[in-house]
Design a protein around this ligand. Structure first.
Ligand code: CZF
Ligand code: MG
Length: 204
């Protein structure tokens, strides 16, 4: 079975990539499998910049093809916050519950129609000494006024998906994986996928 390294230490993302890529017959390794792997500082101001930074640093470390995901939630009523700071919105410890609590507090009193939001996912494919490819995916929804559901990770319990009439955390994982920002971004690599997996880096 072919194998790809996803440059993430986020267990929720790791599970989703495993499920998404299993369908393509690809085995996923993440940085959770390589505890000595260096941490990459996310100094970019966009999802694409951070995805590129993570992918290129880790591709250079392993000297092989690496895909990185930088993602997050943009809320219109909060001028796009938490945005690229989604993981650490309530502090360095990356606590999902604390992040949710902070968002709900900031959204108090805002009516449903004005609670529009969007998940973003930038995926960067880096091959040592080659041009990096970045694609992006989104998923639109609304911020609820209380958490609902146990599935997924991050802000999923407060992200309402109108076409499903459920929060992302109330959807079974197969359903999230059909409509998520991550799935959307991955679709955009569809045409290049064979080349990526064969390590044919040029012109992907
Ligand atoms: O409800 C959610 N459903 C999702 O599907 C989702 N995808 C991203 N996020 C949020 O955005 C941060 C990513 O930040 P991020 O890309 O820097 O990742 P991270 O720092 O957690 O891990 P790494 O991949 O950098 O190692 C995460 O922690 C989450 O808070 C999501 N929330
Ligand atoms: Mg991160």
């Amino acid at each position: 079975m072919k194998e790809v390294i996803i440059a993430t230490k986020n267990a929720g993302k790791a599970r989703e990539f495993q499920a998404l890529l299993e369908k393509k017959g690809v085995k996923v390794k993440t940085l959770l499998d390589f505890p000595d792997c260096p941490d990459v500082e996310e100094t970019g101001s966009t999802f694409a910049e951070n995805a590129r930074l993570k992918a290129e640093t880790i591709a250079s470390y392993f000297q092989r093809t690496v895909i990185a995901d930088d993602s997050g939630l943009s809320i219109d009523a909060l001028d796009g916050r938490p945005g690229v700071y989604s993981a650490r919105y309530a502090g360095e410890e990356k606590d999902d519950q604390a992040n949710i609590a902070k968002v709900l507090k900031e959204m108090e009193g805002i009516p449903f129609a004005k609670r529009t939001a969007r998940f973003h996912c930038a995926l960067a494919v880096a091959v040592p000494n080659e041009r990096t490819v970045v694609v992006e995916g989104t998923c639109a929804g609304y911020i609820t006024d209380a958490p609902r559901g146990e599935n997924g990770f991050g802000y999923d319990p407060i992200f309402y998906v109108p076409q499903k009439e459920k929060t992302m955390a109330e959807l079974p994982k197969e359903e999230k994986n059909k409509i998520s920002h991550r799935a959307d971004a991955l679709t955009k690599l569809e045409k290049q996928w064979e080349k990526i997996m064969n390590g044919e880096s040029k012109n992907i």
